[in-house]
Design a protein around this ligand. Structure first.
Ligand SMILES: *[C@@H]1O[C@H](CO)[C@@H](O)[C@H](O)[C@H]1NC(C)=O
Ligand SMILES: *[C@@H]1O[C@H](CO)[C@@H](O)[C@H](O)[C@H]1NC(C)=O
Length: 207
Protein backbone atom coordinates (compact mmCIF):
# COMPACT_ATOMS: atom_id res chain seq x y z
CA UNK A 1 0.00 0.00 0.00
CA UNK A 2 2.78 2.42 1.01
CA UNK A 3 4.73 1.36 -2.07
CA UNK A 4 1.77 2.11 -4.34
CA UNK A 5 1.41 5.52 -2.67
CA UNK A 6 5.08 6.23 -3.32
CA UNK A 7 4.73 5.21 -6.95
CA UNK A 8 1.71 7.52 -7.35
CA UNK A 9 3.70 10.38 -5.82
CA UNK A 10 6.57 9.66 -8.19
CA UNK A 11 4.23 9.77 -11.21
CA UNK A 12 2.75 13.01 -9.90
CA UNK A 13 6.22 14.59 -9.59
CA UNK A 14 7.37 13.39 -13.00
CA UNK A 15 4.24 14.66 -14.79
CA UNK A 16 4.60 17.94 -12.92
CA UNK A 17 8.24 18.22 -14.11
CA UNK A 18 7.15 17.41 -17.64
CA UNK A 19 4.60 20.24 -17.76
CA UNK A 20 7.11 22.84 -16.52
CA UNK A 21 9.56 22.25 -19.40
CA UNK A 22 10.32 25.70 -20.78
CA UNK A 23 8.99 26.17 -24.26
CA UNK A 24 8.49 29.02 -26.66
CA UNK A 25 4.87 29.00 -27.86
CA UNK A 26 3.54 31.60 -30.28
CA UNK A 27 -0.01 32.64 -31.07
CA UNK A 28 -1.66 35.33 -33.15
CA UNK A 29 -4.85 37.36 -32.82
CA UNK A 30 -5.66 36.95 -36.49
CA UNK A 31 -4.31 34.34 -38.90
CA UNK A 32 -6.10 35.88 -41.92
CA UNK A 33 -6.05 39.66 -41.58
CA UNK A 34 -7.39 42.06 -44.25
CA UNK A 35 -6.05 45.56 -44.81
CA UNK A 36 -7.08 48.42 -47.08
CA UNK A 37 -4.39 49.66 -49.42
CA UNK A 38 -2.49 52.69 -47.97
CA UNK A 39 -3.67 51.94 -44.43
CA UNK A 40 -1.82 50.29 -41.56
CA UNK A 41 -2.19 46.70 -40.42
CA UNK A 42 -0.74 44.66 -37.55
CA UNK A 43 0.41 41.09 -38.02
CA UNK A 44 0.29 39.97 -34.42
CA UNK A 45 2.84 37.51 -33.08
CA UNK A 46 2.38 36.93 -29.37
CA UNK A 47 4.60 34.85 -27.11
CA UNK A 48 2.22 32.76 -25.06
CA UNK A 49 5.10 31.15 -23.22
CA UNK A 50 8.84 31.85 -23.17
CA UNK A 51 11.68 31.74 -20.60
CA UNK A 52 14.51 33.15 -22.73
CA UNK A 53 15.19 36.85 -22.08
CA UNK A 54 16.37 37.90 -25.53
CA UNK A 55 14.85 35.58 -28.11
CA UNK A 56 15.78 35.91 -31.76
CA UNK A 57 12.83 37.20 -33.75
CA UNK A 58 12.58 36.92 -37.51
CA UNK A 59 9.79 37.59 -39.99
CA UNK A 60 9.69 36.17 -43.47
CA UNK A 61 7.37 36.99 -46.36
CA UNK A 62 6.38 34.09 -48.59
CA UNK A 63 5.08 35.09 -52.00
CA UNK A 64 4.60 32.58 -54.84
CA UNK A 65 6.38 30.00 -52.65
CA UNK A 66 9.51 32.19 -52.35
CA UNK A 67 10.52 33.26 -48.81
CA UNK A 68 12.32 36.57 -48.28
CA UNK A 69 13.38 38.38 -45.10
CA UNK A 70 11.15 41.12 -43.73
CA UNK A 71 12.71 41.37 -40.26
CA UNK A 72 16.20 40.03 -39.65
CA UNK A 73 19.10 41.08 -37.38
CA UNK A 74 16.75 43.49 -35.50
CA UNK A 75 16.01 45.41 -38.71
CA UNK A 76 13.16 45.67 -41.17
CA UNK A 77 14.51 44.69 -44.58
CA UNK A 78 13.38 44.12 -48.13
CA UNK A 79 10.43 45.97 -49.66
CA UNK A 80 8.93 46.73 -46.22
CA UNK A 81 11.91 48.92 -45.27
CA UNK A 82 10.56 52.33 -44.06
CA UNK A 83 7.00 50.96 -44.19
CA UNK A 84 6.96 48.64 -41.18
CA UNK A 85 7.96 48.54 -37.52
CA UNK A 86 8.34 45.75 -34.99
CA UNK A 87 6.17 46.22 -31.90
CA UNK A 88 6.70 44.42 -28.60
CA UNK A 89 7.04 41.57 -28.31
CA UNK A 90 7.15 40.39 -31.93
CA UNK A 91 4.22 41.98 -33.78
CA UNK A 92 4.91 43.37 -37.24
CA UNK A 93 3.06 46.57 -38.10
CA UNK A 94 2.93 47.57 -41.75
CA UNK A 95 2.28 51.32 -41.63
CA UNK A 96 1.28 51.82 -45.26
CA UNK A 97 0.13 48.59 -46.90
CA UNK A 98 0.37 48.19 -50.67
CA UNK A 99 -1.15 45.59 -52.97
CA UNK A 100 2.22 43.84 -53.25
CA UNK A 101 2.04 43.06 -49.52
CA UNK A 102 -0.67 40.42 -50.16
CA UNK A 103 1.30 37.31 -49.13
CA UNK A 104 1.98 34.83 -46.34
CA UNK A 105 4.10 36.04 -43.44
CA UNK A 106 5.92 33.83 -40.94
CA UNK A 107 6.93 34.94 -37.46
CA UNK A 108 9.83 32.78 -36.20
CA UNK A 109 11.15 32.90 -32.64
CA UNK A 110 14.30 31.12 -31.46
CA UNK A 111 14.64 30.99 -27.67
CA UNK A 112 17.94 29.28 -26.80
CA UNK A 113 17.27 29.03 -23.03
CA UNK A 114 14.02 27.14 -23.58
CA UNK A 115 14.01 23.39 -24.01
CA UNK A 116 11.56 23.71 -26.85
CA UNK A 117 13.56 26.50 -28.40
CA UNK A 118 11.74 27.30 -31.65
CA UNK A 119 8.23 28.15 -32.76
CA UNK A 120 6.74 29.81 -35.81
CA UNK A 121 3.35 31.08 -36.85
CA UNK A 122 1.98 31.66 -40.34
CA UNK A 123 -0.27 34.63 -41.20
CA UNK A 124 -2.09 35.24 -44.50
CA UNK A 125 -2.40 38.94 -45.28
CA UNK A 126 -4.74 40.18 -48.01
CA UNK A 127 -4.69 43.86 -49.04
CA UNK A 128 -7.92 45.23 -50.53
CA UNK A 129 -7.51 47.41 -53.60
CA UNK A 130 -10.19 49.86 -54.77
CA UNK A 131 -11.47 49.19 -58.28
CA UNK A 132 -10.74 51.84 -60.92
CA UNK A 133 -13.15 53.12 -63.61
CA UNK A 134 -13.88 50.20 -65.94
CA UNK A 135 -13.11 50.29 -69.67
CA UNK A 136 -16.22 49.53 -71.67
CA UNK A 137 -17.03 48.22 -75.07
CA UNK A 138 -20.61 48.96 -76.08
CA UNK A 139 -21.84 48.94 -79.72
CA UNK A 140 -23.16 52.31 -81.00
CA UNK A 141 -26.30 50.71 -82.33
CA UNK A 142 -27.74 47.26 -82.82
CA UNK A 143 -30.52 46.35 -85.31
CA UNK A 144 -33.76 45.30 -83.59
CA UNK A 145 -33.75 41.59 -82.84
CA UNK A 146 -29.99 41.17 -83.44
CA UNK A 147 -27.76 40.24 -80.55
CA UNK A 148 -25.06 42.44 -79.09
CA UNK A 149 -22.36 42.10 -76.48
CA UNK A 150 -21.73 44.85 -73.95
CA UNK A 151 -18.76 44.59 -71.67
CA UNK A 152 -17.12 46.68 -68.98
CA UNK A 153 -14.07 45.55 -67.02
CA UNK A 154 -11.32 46.88 -64.80
CA UNK A 155 -8.16 45.12 -63.72
CA UNK A 156 -7.14 46.49 -60.31
CA UNK A 157 -9.79 45.77 -57.69
CA UNK A 158 -9.02 43.08 -55.11
CA UNK A 159 -10.96 41.04 -54.22
CA UNK A 160 -12.24 40.96 -57.81
CA UNK A 161 -15.28 43.28 -58.15
CA UNK A 162 -18.83 42.39 -59.11
CA UNK A 163 -20.42 44.31 -61.98
CA UNK A 164 -23.95 45.70 -62.28
CA UNK A 165 -25.60 47.04 -65.44
CA UNK A 166 -28.30 49.70 -65.55
CA UNK A 167 -30.72 50.57 -68.33
CA UNK A 168 -32.48 53.92 -67.94
CA UNK A 169 -31.41 53.89 -64.27
CA UNK A 170 -33.06 50.50 -63.78
CA UNK A 171 -30.71 47.72 -62.69
CA UNK A 172 -30.57 44.97 -65.30
CA UNK A 173 -31.57 41.83 -63.35
CA UNK A 174 -29.64 38.58 -63.79
CA UNK A 175 -32.90 36.96 -64.90
CA UNK A 176 -34.87 39.15 -67.39
CA UNK A 177 -38.11 37.44 -66.33
CA UNK A 178 -37.73 38.76 -62.79
CA UNK A 179 -38.59 42.37 -63.81
CA UNK A 180 -41.52 43.18 -66.18
CA UNK A 181 -39.49 46.08 -67.65
CA UNK A 182 -37.06 43.54 -69.16
CA UNK A 183 -39.66 41.09 -70.44
CA UNK A 184 -38.92 42.11 -74.05
CA UNK A 185 -35.20 41.49 -73.66
CA UNK A 186 -33.12 38.36 -73.55
CA UNK A 187 -29.48 38.21 -72.48
CA UNK A 188 -26.92 36.54 -70.28
CA UNK A 189 -25.45 38.63 -67.51
CA UNK A 190 -22.19 37.71 -65.80
CA UNK A 191 -21.62 39.83 -62.67
CA UNK A 192 -18.05 38.48 -62.29
CA UNK A 193 -16.76 39.40 -65.76
CA UNK A 194 -18.96 42.46 -66.40
CA UNK A 195 -20.27 41.05 -69.68
CA UNK A 196 -23.85 41.50 -70.79
CA UNK A 197 -23.89 39.04 -73.64
CA UNK A 198 -26.23 37.87 -76.38
CA UNK A 199 -28.44 40.87 -75.69
CA UNK A 200 -31.58 40.99 -77.87
CA UNK A 201 -34.52 43.33 -77.70
CA UNK A 202 -37.84 43.32 -79.54
CA UNK A 203 -37.85 47.08 -80.07
CA UNK A 204 -35.28 49.83 -80.06
CA UNK A 205 -34.15 51.52 -76.90
CA UNK A 206 -31.31 53.65 -75.64
CA UNK A 207 -28.71 52.31 -73.22
C1 LIG B 1 1.35 55.47 -48.63
O1 LIG B 1 1.99 55.17 -49.84
C2 LIG B 1 1.44 55.84 -50.98
C3 LIG B 1 2.13 55.29 -52.22
O2 LIG B 1 3.46 55.04 -52.04
C4 LIG B 1 1.63 57.33 -50.80
O3 LIG B 1 1.09 58.02 -51.91
C5 LIG B 1 0.94 57.78 -49.52
O4 LIG B 1 1.18 59.14 -49.29
C6 LIG B 1 1.43 56.96 -48.33
N1 LIG B 1 0.61 57.28 -47.17
C7 LIG B 1 1.12 57.55 -46.00
C8 LIG B 1 0.14 57.80 -44.90
O5 LIG B 1 2.32 57.57 -45.80
C1 LIG C 1 -42.83 44.76 -75.01
O1 LIG C 1 -43.22 44.73 -76.36
C2 LIG C 1 -44.57 44.95 -76.58
C3 LIG C 1 -44.85 44.76 -78.06
O2 LIG C 1 -43.78 45.17 -78.87
C4 LIG C 1 -44.94 46.37 -76.10
O3 LIG C 1 -46.30 46.61 -76.27
C5 LIG C 1 -44.58 46.48 -74.62
O4 LIG C 1 -44.81 47.80 -74.16
C6 LIG C 1 -43.12 46.10 -74.40
N1 LIG C 1 -42.90 46.07 -72.97
C7 LIG C 1 -41.82 46.66 -72.41
C8 LIG C 1 -41.73 46.53 -70.93
O5 LIG C 1 -40.98 47.25 -73.05
Amino acid sequence: MALAGLAALFILISTHCYTTIFAVILKTEDKNPWANEFESIELSCIMESIATKNPRIEWKKIKDGEPSYVYFGNEISGDLKNRAVLKEPATLEITNATRSDTAQYRCEVTATDDQRSFDEILINLAVRVRPVLPRCSVPQSVPVGKSAELSCAEGEGFPRPQYQWFRNEEEVPEDPKSNPKFLNSSYTLNPSTGTLGDFRHKSSFVI
